[in-house]
Design a binder for this molecule. Sequence first.
Ligand SMILES: N[C@@H](CCC(=O)N[C@@H](CS)C(=O)NCC(=O)O)C(=O)O
Length: 243
Amino acid sequence: MENSKPTLHYLQNPGSQQCLWLLEELGIEYDLVFYKREKGRAPDALKETHPLGKAPQLATASGRVIAERSAIAFYLIETYDGEGRFKVPTPELDLDWNSKDNAKFREEQLLSLAQTAINQYLSMKVTVTVFANHAPFFIRPFLQGLRWGLDKIYLDAEIDNSFKVLDAELEGREYFNGTKHPTRLDFVMQWYVDFAAQGCQVDLSLYPRVKAWFERCISRDAWKRSLEKGNGYDLEFWKMKMA
Ligand SMILES: N[C@@H](CCC(=O)N[C@@H](CS)C(=O)NCC(=O)O)C(=O)O
């Protein structure tokens, strides 16, 4: 269906927030459709707009529905960022794939780190914890032992290692690509860092540049406006599941 503006399908708590943040940064007109969770999950209505049935989803002005927050950020920046404020810069060194300062390459590598490795560690941590805490009492001690073991011998060390890499990448940079404004990498990464800090109690003070970057992101006016416009960005949701 033709519309003059894009529509963000927004599910409360918490994964759609970064797309709303980007829409606010771009300063364009958009529509918002709110969804509430049902028993913690996305409602079936989200399957009517995209077969994955998850949020966020973006219906473009021409009616195409895009899923996956990284793809949504890519589309929004390519379509609406005429001034290139949120684009990865393309200086000459970006033609040199051997340069460690090649921003395009860094973006590719860190997006992959966030969406595959970090996402996997955090999701595993949350899933095992939720199962352990809500299992029938007779298998709970076994699952809690499994969770403890997984955390100690695998997940905590992997998360720590990934966050050390993120911290090193931010040396001398306000945002991950050394720009004055966030780029797609920052919009996507902000979610995983928040998920780690609030959802999985990763202590950001161990990674001071990541902590400073995170505070820089959430002190932006557009982030604050996005919180007012959403219908709930509350990682207590995770804490409740993890308790
Ligand atoms: N890989 C997707 C993740 C989509 C996703 O899992 N969204 C969550 C919210 S953070 C959701 O819809 N959860 C509800 C459910 O799985 O039922 C992306 O990056 O956008």
